[in-house]
Design a binder for this molecule. Structure first.
Ligand code: ADQ
Length: 478
């Protein structure tokens, strides 16, 4: 080993936890991107003086490592071609649809794969330079599945964990991938491979047995070199107490009242909040709602559906098509069914600060989360955390990871439009007692299993699977 770096904990994720912003005076700076992963990992980073390696977005050549609010960040540069082939191409045009039940058709291109290998190597090399001897490296998500193996070759002293935020598909689908074996071997470089659900971990172990030929027993894989790899579920969560506190604040409470008034004080507010993504089932959900209005089950004078859909991955063709389709659908629905000042659907593309999100959740009588497939879905958990009054109904797809924990939601099959219509009506007409009973049970789950507990349990398990590596990461909840 050449010159080990200084960090005892290294986080490796596709994106850095900050976005480049241009200030009014033309200078540029960084703004914290408030994702769940950042919230989860930041306290562990601080407790262990960690380093975060990731792409800052854009195509700036070679940015120097820097500190932002006490977090040490190491940017990885991508060229314009790599953004197209590694990020938009292999990550979001091949892996994303393949891992989400082939909801859209994955594209397989050899140049995309070559770029994926090249960029994964760059991340692995950077991690190998930053990590101290016997350090812990935690690699995140589908864009970086080759990093564990590449890093282990460079630094066998490290303890390496990997967590996949999206679903891991059944063998029948994964099999399509021309580079299936390389990806499995890439992941096997880790000591612990974490998934959202037990079923995903089982899919992985089964594929390793079938495709790579290693011996396995329950959640363990035995490698010929004597190492063992554990594959296990760690359902991710949110900063539950933080969301509840925000929801209880006066600002949010006031804003929730204001939003309701601005909507014309309807008696029922339905809400959808998603990244604009074809896996989220936005189109079918809005169609189901529109049919209820057209059939007279709901009335635009008394009910409104607020759909917040933040555009994402806008350079990818399928996302452009989806955006146009939903724009057209909303236009048609409101044109056919709305009245002056009373649209059936209030449709917004904005990205909001956490306070506004909490106010929307406070305002929603029925929260509608209907993905065709979703690793977890944090929106569902955020809604529950904000309903400290034990009020509010959640309509949730069976195919979201969150459905495993939030069993008391109105569970729906998002492919079944009539089933969704029935669930929307049941949730909106449910008796107060029933709504409270369900929400109480869901709140217990979400408040007791927060994101700090998630990070701690992953890191504790990682330390347990590879005890021969020295340093242990300090937990968040002491
Ligand atoms: P996503 O597919 O992005 O995450 P999700 O889990 O719902 O999906 O997280 C979205 C996050 O973005 C939430 O925290 C939400 O509050 C926020 N958000 C959404 N719309 C917003 C808006 N308009 N303004 C501001 N914030 C907004 C991936 C996987 C999921 C998995 C997570 C975490 O696809 O299945 O739950 O990672 O592992």
């Amino acid at each position: 080993m050449a010159h080990p770096g200084s960090a005892d904990l290294v986080i490796v994720a596709n994106r850095l936890p900050v976005d480049r912003v241009t200030n009014p005076d033309g200078s540029s700076g960084w703004r914290r991107s408030p994702g769940g992963l950042v919230t989860a990992v930041e306290p562990v980073m601080r407790a262990n003086d960690g380093i975060w390696i990731g792409w800052p977005g854009g195509t700036d050549a070679d940015l120097e490592p820097f500190e932002d609010e006490g977090m040490k960040l190491v940017p990885i540069a991508l060229s314009a071609d790599e953004v197209e082939e590694f990020y938009e191409g292999f990550s979001n045009g091949t892996l994303w649809p393949l891992y989400h039940d082939v909801v859209a058709k994955p594209e397989f291109h050899r140049e995309w794969w070559d770029a994926y290998v090249r960029v994964n190597r760059r991340f692995a090399e950077q991690a190998s330079t930053c990590a101290s001897e016997n350090a812990t490296v935690w690699v995140h998500d589908y864009q970086l599945q080759l990093v564990p193996q590449m890093l282990r070759e460079l630094r066998p002293d490290l303890r390496i964990g990997f967590f996949l935020h999206i679903p891991f598909p059944p063998a029948e689908l994964f099999q399509q991938l021309p580079w299936r074996r390389q990806l499995l071997e890439g992941l096997l470089g880790a000591d612990l491979v974490g998934f959202q659900l037990p079923g995903a971990a089982q899919n992985f172990v089964r594929l390793v047995r079938q495709r790579v030929g290693h011996k396995t027993h329950r959640d363990l894989v035995y490698l010929p070199d004597g190492r063992t790899v554990r594959a296990k579920a760690f359902p991710i969560s949110i900063d539950s107490a933080g969301f509840e506190e925000l929801a209880r604040s006066e600002v949010v409470e006031r804003r929730a009242v204001e939003i309701r008034e601005a909507l014309g004080s309807p008696s029922r507010v339905f809400l959808g909040v998603d990244r604009l993504d074809y896996t989220k089932g936005i189109y079918a959900r809005l169609r189901a709602y529109a049919e209820l209005v057209a059939e007279g089950e709901l009335d635009v004078d008394h009910a409104v559906f607020v759909q917040v859909a933040t555009p994402s991955r806008e350079e990818v063709e399928q996302y452009k098509i989806l955006r146009d389709e939903i724009d057209r659908l909303v236009g048609r629905i409101n044109g056919d069914l709305g009245r002056i000042g009373r649209p059936a659907i209030s449709y917004l593309h904005s990205s909001y600060p956490r306070e506004e999100m909490a106010a929307l959740y406070r305002c929603a009588d029925v929260m509608v989360v209907t993905p065709y497939r979703d690793g977890m879905n944090l929106v569902a958990k955020e809604y529950v955390a904000c309903r400290f009054d034990n009020d509010g109904a959640l309509v949730l797809s069976e195919f979201a990871g969150a459905a495993d924990e939030l069993r008391q939601a109105w569970l729906v099959n998002p492919y079944d439009i009539n089933g969704m219509k029935a669930a929307l009506m049941e949730a909106s007409r449910a008796e107060g007692k029933d709504v409270t009973r369900r929400m109480k049970a869901m709140r217990k789950q979400v408040m007791e299993h927060d994101v700090a507990a998630w990070a701690d349990s992953f890191l504790a398990e990682l330390a347990a699977v590879s005890p021969d590596h020295g340093k242990t990461v300090r937990p968040v909840k002491q």
